[in-house]
Design a protein around this ligand. Sequence first.
Ligand code: ME8
Length: 651
Amino acid sequence: MAETAERENKKKFYICTPIYYPSSNLHIGHTYCTVMADAMARFKRLQGYDVRFLTGTDEHGMKIARKAEEAGVTPQQYVDKIVDGVQKLWKTMEISNDDFIRTTQERHVRRVQEIFKKMDQKGDIYKGKYEGWYCTPCESYWTEKQLVNGCCPDCGRPVEWQSEDAYFFRLSKYQDRVLDLLENHPDFLQPEARRNEMIEFVKQGLDDLCISRSSFDWGIPVPGDPNSVIYVWLDALTNYITALGYPDDMELFNRYWPCDVHLVGKEIVRFHSIIWPAMLMSLDLPLPKHVMGHGWLLIDGGKMSKSKGNVVDPVMLIDRYGVDALKYFILREYTFGQDGVFTNEILLKRINYDLANDLGNLVSRVIAMIEKYRDGKIPEAKTEDDVDRELKETALSVAPKVDEHMEKFGFNYALEDIWVLVRRANKYVDEKEPWALAKDSSKADELDTCLRNLAESLRILSVLLVPFMHTTSEKIRAQLGIPQELEWKDAFEFYQIEDAVVCPGEPLFPRMDIKKELSELEAIRQKSMEEAKKKADKEAKKVDLKPEITFEDFDKIDFRVGIVMKAEKHPNADKLLVFKVRIGDEERQIVSGVADYYKPEDLVGKKVIVVANLAPKQLRGEESKGMLLFADDGKKLTYATADADDGSTVR
Ligand code: ME8
């Protein structure tokens, strides 16, 4: 009861990371987002908020199904293994999430279906046909205009034309309200540049959103239609409310919704600041307060990629340098909202200079001097001169600055200000020369003051560091011999230590030989790139056969020789050609996605092989009756042919 009452008096803070695709192990780019969310959650807890911090995994979709097939396991087995690794990673990194949602969990599946029904009852879902250029890795359909050089505008990979029966969400109905949200609530989406991009995007007009697929089955079934599964974005975005129990168990939901911060990478800002609010509007639910879009960690000038083997494995870095060193680096090095470059050298220098030299050295010096000159007992301050005053003022000036920076997710600026105190305290030691004071018994009071002021500075640093490196912060308090319980307001007061006896410990961050470390990290990287190349070469040669079929299956297909009488560009699609093909006494129209490989005139007069009994289909407004066969080696297409009269069967 007491706990409930206490919670009710607190202000709440709900923060969510995106749910990660467990298509392969997470890399340092993913930890970037989770580490920032963790720092913010810890900061808010320290300030007395009732915090809820959610992360999880987004486990459905074609991409995962394909990966599982390649690995020869079921999709569920595939994700279970990767998700186990994700959960272990967050545990190792001491991430303080309160819940971990998996989209394959029963609680989520059931609630997504309820949400689908609610939107349907509201009149916001209808059945139609979906056609478009589909990027499988990104699970996104794109219009012709959005493609860049014919490829996916997000990842640059080739796209395929797809068409299927599908359910649509009436996103267009919410266009004006979403535009109003973006234009008139400048705090909703940050940084500003992302907000402007999104406003432009909405102004160009929002198409209704396809929310189901019938071409694969690894997903949540559409209620009442077992042939369709709910498409990943409705399944994924709703995790933020299903994890709170919506719509059937409203206690957590009522306590924490609306979300205070959705922390997301820049490429998924669109989904969180346009589609997600529209879905919530359809459900008549309050909107999230903030969407914060962060940049990417780049390597070799691009995003990390498993296939290139240049992904940086956080587990390897933690094994070598420890969790807090990695967290510090991530939070100190990069500016929120901008892309940043990752190199081993930057990482090692940060650890050596900031942590080993500045912070680690300060702590071990101060503790050692208190041990040596005062038998470990932290003395009272007896005197005060300008240098003492300046140290005190610096120490007390940091927390208000950290408050300001944290409002804007300025983790690096907050740490920069904390290091002003670290450096000031080191300078204070050099200026005061406690070893000289210790030699002169008339300076005993000054020495007391000096040691006390340093101990208080360390205590304040230990409070300031809680959000960023809480284990280091605990170690500092343990070495000072002071209690672990603290509040954020303790960083605003100077003399607080009572009757403490220091307890010297291991150095917080041992110094490293940067050159040696660099060459070892480089060797690890080379090895991983070579392995990735070998794997890619092997994949390229691998013949991946489709599942076996019977003769009866094969015999259903009517292959015929045809002759191309006419060919022209498709009026509405750059990638398609429209052929008139004669098959014996019949001439028919066939549309093929081969415009990147053939000019229309290249195929006129050629004999081709046609699947003649394929059901007709509309491809961007043109009827296609049958299919032309092409050999595809992954780089180019070559038309299949036979030196026989048109109309001949092919068997
Ligand atoms: O997008 N640097 O999942 P995801 C910084 N399932 N951030 C990076 C990064 C890098 N190099 N690489 C990835 C999805 N990220 C969806 C989300 S939410 C309802 C559904 C970030 O695993 C990326 O920007 O592809 C994104 O915010 C997050 O990792 C998850 O990416």
